[in-house]
Design a protein around this ligand. Structure first.
Ligand code: SF4
Length: 246
């Protein structure tokens, strides 16, 4: 049976920088596995307060205009052991005073069983968390509200809120957390009700820079990302491969 890599090789999500990508080697052991695209913290545009954002890898919905095309194809992410990942997230939440966890992607509900285990373990590891108001879990799913609970299974009752529905570029929305007007924010717990819906506020986008990698996070309106690329080009910054195009 394969053993997990030595946890001492696991760097902290972010010791000093704003960028927080988990660069753990892939793992294929006996524990529950989650395939992850990226992890960032502190994320401030995808939920209440400062959050750890977890992008899963794999989405079969293929919405036209999706800004996360790089998350579509399963097998291109990192396969992480849930138990170790949960310990890392809990430790980061405590150390950084994070307010919650955002699950996005990719399609979180295509890996719902692993995420249910992850959320359970993260919450169980928050002893010593001293934030205000409670540590909430918010998920973004491309499944419509009517289908989402069945898709999420055991994960659904572990969520405090969920934004449900496929992205529709012909229905742009500037409502908080809603990228297109067909999507619905469902509040699922008392903790969720204490935090959501959010008041309208700016900004809706956030940038993380790590060496030569620039990661844009948030809910861009149609054309926003190409406009940013044009503005950067005007200032002599050429983007190489971009994740929002195939
Ligand atoms: S559900 Fe989300 S990740 Fe999947 S294609 Fe639609 S917008 Fe992209």
């Amino acid at each position: 049976m394969a053993q997990p890599d030595d946890p001492s090789r696991l760097p902290p999500v972010a010791a000093t920088a704003d960028l927080a990508v988990l660069r753990r080697p892939s793992y294929d052991g006996a524990d529950v596995i989650l395939e992850v695209n990226r992890i960032l913290a502190p994320v401030t545009v995808l939920g209440a307060g400062k959050r750890l954002g977890l992008w899963v890898q794999g989405c079969r919905l293929r919405c036209p205009g999706c800004a996360s095309v790089d998350t579509w194809i399963p097998g291109r992410g990192r396969r992480l052991e849930v138990a170790e990942l949960a310990r890392t997230i809990s430790a980061e939440a405590i150390a950084r005073g994070l307010d919650g966890l955002t699950l996005t992607g990719g399609e979180p509900f295509d890996q719902a069983e692993a995420l249910a285990a992850l959320v359970e373990r993260v919450r169980g590891g928050l002893t010593g968390w001293a934030g205000a108001g409670g540590f909430d879990v918010l998920a973004f799913t491309g499944y419509a509200a009517a289908a989402a609970p069945a898709r999420a299974g055991a994960l659904w009752k572990r969520l405090d809120a969920a934004v449900c529905g496929p992205y529709r570029p012909d229905q742009p929305s500037q409502s908080p957390l809603v990228a297109s007007a067909n999507q619905e924010l469902l509040v699922l717990s008392d903790l969720g009700r204490s935090k959501y819906p959010l008041a309208p506020c700016a900004p809706r986008m956030q940038a993380f820079c790590d060496g030569e990698d620039l990661t844009m996070v948030g809910l861009p309106l149609p054309g926003d990302l190409d406009a940013i690329a044009r503005r950067l080009a005007e200032r002599g910054v050429a983007l190489g491969r971009v994740s929002w195009r195939n």
